[in-house]
Write a protein that binds this ligand. Structure first.
Ligand SMILES: Nc1ncnc2c1ncn2[C@@H]1O[C@H](COP(=O)(O)OP(=O)(O)OP(=O)(O)O)[C@@H](O)[C@H]1O
Ligand SMILES: [Mg+2]
Length: 232
């Protein structure tokens, strides 16, 4: 019989410390997101949420602690190896879409595949159809509305079937109807393919879709409330 194996967390932070110059922003933050789990990260402005997401996405390297992607340590990889791994394992969605303006919509969705193993045009188009934009595949991002661009960003983030999706206020610049649509697509696609999601948001409607909520305060993770943790 094969040995019993446990899937590692999709994402793990172990005692992550970071700062800028003299300023320490994160004071030893630990968290784990399971495959298929949606975790909302809340906290006041300036508490370090975006800084943490950048580190978890491997866009920056922490001063201390460890970042793990699906059981592989990420923060000790060199810059180039980290980019390649990120393309295959991490989907990033920010408040503003950051689409490449010179590539058409379809090519934008194919970008993570180009950096990794395969640029799967069929899958990219299928994802665009899922987000309701199959008919805009050959348009440049500049002619799309804000909500449409953010739906392209969702398709791109999910294109490589990443282990983890990191989203920093993905609906922050959208009206309610568009925000709901983007959130439903992002969380629906992630759950279907078993990606873990860590979602920074100020939007309580969006946080309500999460399986679990974490609170960051002054660069420290607060004790879970109402999760069976002992209260004092
Ligand atoms: N590149 C940087 N250089 C210097 N300080 C920075 C830098 N990036 C962030 N900071 C500081 O780190 C702290 C945390 O910023 P961060 O952007 O992570 O907060 P946040 O929780 O995402 O806030 P918000 O909810 O407003 O987006 C702030 O005091 C900010 O000014
Ligand atoms: Mg932020």
């Amino acid at each position: 019989m094969p040995p019993v194996t446990f899937a590692p967390p999709a994402l793990e932070a172990r005692a992550v410390v970071h700062g800028f110059g003299e300023l320490t922003v994160l004071h030893g933050v630990s968290l784990a997101v399971s495959p298929g789990e949606v975790v909302a990260l809340l906290g006041p402005s300036g508490s370090g949420k975006s800084t943490l997401l950048h580190l978890l996405g491997g866009l920056d390297v922490p001063r201390g602690g460890e970042v793990w992607w699906a059981g592989e340590r990420a923060d000790t990889l060199g810059t180039q190896a980290r980019s390649v791994r990120r393309a295959g394992r991490v989907g990033l969605i920010f408040q503003h879409h950051y689409l490449l303006e010179d590539l058409n919509v379809l090519q934008n969705v194919q970008v993570p595949g180009m950096l990794g193993a395969l640029a799967d045009g069929g899958r990219a188009l299928a994802l665009l159809e899922r987000v309701g934009l199959g008919h805009r595949a050959l348009d440049l991002p500049g002619v799309l509305s804000g909500g449409e661009r953010q739906r392209v960003a969702v398709a791109r983030a999910l294109a490589a079937r990443p282990a983890i999706v990191l989203a920093d206020e993905p609906t922050g610049s959208l009206d309610r109807a568009n925000a709901e649509r983007v959130a439903e697509l992002m969380l629906g696609l992630a759950r279907e393919q078993g990606s873990g999601v860590l979602l920074v948001t100020h939007d309580e409607h969006l946080a309500a879709h999460a399986d679990r909520t974490l609170h960051l305060l002054d660069g420290r993770m607060q004790e879970a409330v109402g999760m069976g943790a002992p209260t004092r």
